[in-house]
Design a protein around this ligand. Structure first.
Ligand SMILES: [Zn+2]
Length: 171
């Protein structure tokens, strides 16, 4: 646990319970981020649940190789949605979002959102499956079908949609 994180260009940016997540351990395998991601503790729980229970077992089952690296953005970024100068603060600015670009397997191959999404291959099917599972855990899941901003990654966040925060955006 670290001190609350503050600061950046907009005053509402920050994380009250930041963690730096280096990766996840599952059985004998360690799956790392290229660099530790800074996110809120609550968001880390949701993210590691998805990785440990949905993503890593599916990859190992389908490709008989563990995932060495989950390529992602840094997590925390003090910015507005889609890097626009005005509008709502991004969930990234609260440590409640991450962008996932690809999975690098121990055997040297990779599964890339940019290259493999929408393709009728085992890799394409795997991406569809873990995207669908993400929609059961996160409240916002945006992939290449959402808009051109998400052509190369899955944006995952736990932001509140609707009056009682029960609405899910899954695209
Ligand atoms: Zn994002």
């Amino acid at each position: 646990m670290a001190e609350p994180l503050r600061g950046g260009e907009y005053q509402d940016c920050g994380i009250t319970d930041p963690v730096r997540l280096a990766g996840v351990v599952r059985g004998a395998n360690v799956t790392k981020f290229p660099a530790p991601v800074t996110i809120s503790c609550d968001f880390a729980r949701v993210l590691t649940g998805w990785l440990r229970q949905d993503v890593l077992p599916a990859v190992e089952h389908e490709f008989e190789s563990a995932v060495a690296i989950v390529a992602s953005g840094p997590g925390y970024q003090c910015r507005r949605r889609n890097n626009q100068p005005d509008g709502k603060l991004s969930e990234h600015a609260l440590g409640m979002a991450i962008d996932i670009t690809q999975f690098q397997l121990v055997d040297g191959s990779d599964i890339s959102v940019e290259k493999d999404w929408g393709v009728e291959t085992e890799k394409g099917k795997l991406l569809q499956a873990i995207h669908a599972k993400a929609c059961k855990r996160f409240t916002t899941v945006l992939g290449p079908d959402a808009d051109p901003n998400h052509r190369s990654h899955f944006h995952l966040d736990t932001g509140c949609h609707g009056q009682d925060c029960t609405y899910i955006i899954c695209q």
